[in-house]
Design a protein around this ligand. Structure first.
Ligand code: HEC
Length: 130
């Protein structure tokens, strides 16, 4: 009796383990970009700085005493402006382009497209500490 159960359990266990990796499959849903109204001022404090802290996605490494730039709350603006922004050629700003999902430069965490779009618009509006 016990022997029979063993004969069943082992193959079943293997079958299950073999099945596991095939469970996850990626399918890419194109991200919907937010409508950004250039007339509507983007606030650094309420819209840009929280991007860096979201799920600790940037501040895990870019924080006080760690990797530069310091993107933690209260420090991010001074670390980014003026060195990492270019208001005359906003697309070339390092804070926008370096962690952009379609560039391969930053091998760490990258932005979501919607966040990158907000950052670009904030730079186009003059990269203000607002
Ligand atoms: C796992 C750690 C880690 C995370 C998370 C991370 N970075 Fe970085 N980042 C680095 C390291 C290390 C460097 C320096 C080496 C390099 O250029 O890749 C760097 C470099 C940069 C630079 C270039 C700085 C300069 O002066 O040249 C920018 C801009 C940057 N990161 C932004 C971000 C943003 C924005 C996020 C969140 C979306 C982020 N990083 C998340 C580790 C990280």
């Amino acid at each position: 009796m016990t022997l029979k159960i063993r004969r069943l359990v082992l193959p079943l266990a293997f079958a299950f383990v073999g099945f596991l990796p095939s469970c996850g499959y990626d399918f890419v849903v194109p991200e919907k970009l937010p409508e950004i109204d250039p007339e509507e001022p983007i606030s650094f404090a309420t819209q840009i700085e929280p991007i860096f802290a979201k799920n600790n996605q940037c501040t895990a490494c870019h924080k006080t005493g760690a990797t530069s730039p310091n993107l933690s709350a209260g420090n991010a603006f001074a670390s980014i402006v003026p060195s990492l922004v270019n208001t005359t050629e906003p697309e070339s700003s390092k804070i926008y382009q370096y962690p952009h999902p379609s560039t391969a430069t930053h091998s760490w965490k990258k932005y979501e497209l919607s966040d990158a779009a907000l950052i670009l618009e904030w730079i186009k509006q003059g990269a203000k500490n607002n």
